[in-house]
Write a protein that binds this ligand. Structure first.
Ligand SMILES: NC(=O)C1=CN([C@@H]2O[C@H](COP(=O)(O)OP(=O)(O)OC[C@H]3O[C@@H](n4cnc5c(N)ncnc54)[C@H](O)[C@@H]3O)[C@@H](O)[C@H]2O)C=CC1
Ligand SMILES: CC(=O)C(C)=O
Length: 262
């Protein structure tokens, strides 16, 4: 059921073409947001936007490589022009290769940080510019991870980006509060998406083990004894995007089924 408090508001979600981003876009549309589905894979983003529109929501798809600052600014501008405003930016897009310490190369380091950390910084910057031009504050929501809370096997580079995103979230919260902007993050656990399944396979293959062994390296200590659905994460982001979280900023909400206990 939609929330009358967000009707007429606009959300820009990166990585909305599949996985967690798709679930976030669909949930925010159900909540009542008009949604800009931003993704490198424009065909996938179009499918998500078409599905939202067919279900009575309002959505567009925009092609973006979040590692390219100009593309992020241009697609945020396109969102404002086509949907009539902007209130929430979800910096969800990311890549997650497994990187055994001795196999890390400068190329993979730069690529993962450019997308995961650069994409978050450019999304924050573009959101601030749009909110200021529109004359109001807003909400910025960044994708961290349980792997941004504790070190995970073979994820030194990816996990490093997720730790970085928590720190960026805290600093941005402090720096942007005077503009009426809150900045928070979400830390999913082991979510059934192509990214996670890919990591599990890479870890298993590197160890010469079956896929299930690789997945279990990450999923064996989930208190609730089930993998996360993308919709579990979208429910957390729905809270962060809505007015009930207005008094929250600089936080990284852990939505992992009970893996990390701070
Ligand atoms: N799947 C999991 O278990 C977890 C995922 N996360 C985080 O959640 C976010 C989403 O992850 P998933 O849905 O699992 O990933 P996914 O790989 O299933 O989907 C990622 C989406 O982002 C898009 N994308 C990738 N690089 C892009 C770029 N440079 N510019 C624009 N779009 C780009 C892809 O086309 C894809 O549609 C990521 O930030 C990830 O780090 C955090 C914790 C756990
Ligand atoms: C992909 C990810 O963020 C994990 C394993 O927590």
């Amino acid at each position: 059921m939609s929330d009358s408090r967000v009707l007429g508001k606009v959300a820009y979600v990166t990585g909305a073409g599949q996985g967690i981003g798709k679930a976030i876009a669909e949930r925010l549309a159900k909540d009542g947001f008009a949604v800009s589905c931003a993704d490198f894979n424009i065909d996938a983003a179009n499918q998500v936007a078409d599905g939202i529109n067919k279900n009575g929501g309002k959505a567009i798809a925009v092609k973006v490589d979040v590692s390219d600052r100009d593309q992020v600014f241009n697609t945020v501008k396109e969102t404002v022009e086509k949907l009539g405003g902007l209130d929430v930016v979800v910096n969800n897009a990311g890549i997650g290769p497994s990187t055994p310490i001795e196999e890390i190369t400068p190329e993979i380091y730069r690529k993962v940080f450019d997308i995961n950390v650069g994409g978050t910084l450019w999304g924050i910057q573009a959101a601030v510019a749009a909110f200021k031009k529109l004359g109001h504050g807003g909400k910025i929501i960044n994708a961290s991870s349980q792997a941004g809370q504790v070190g995970n096997p073979d994820l030194a580079v990816y996990g490093g980006t997720k730790f970085a995103i928590r720190g960026i979230t805290q600093t941005a919260a402090r720096d942007l509060a005077h503009l009426g902007i809150t900045v928070n993050a979400y830390c999913p656990g082991i979510v059934k998406t192509p990214m996670m399944m890919g990591i599990a396979k890479e870890v298993a293959d590197a160890a010469g083990k079956p896929f299930e062994w690789g997945l279990n390296q990450f999923a064996q200590n989930i208190t609730l004894k089930r993998l996360s659905e993308p919709e579990d994460v979208a429910a957390c982001v729905s809270y962060l995007a809505g007015p009930d979280s207005d008094y929250m900023t600089g936080q990284a909400l852990i939505i992992d089924g009970g893996m990390v206990f701070n």
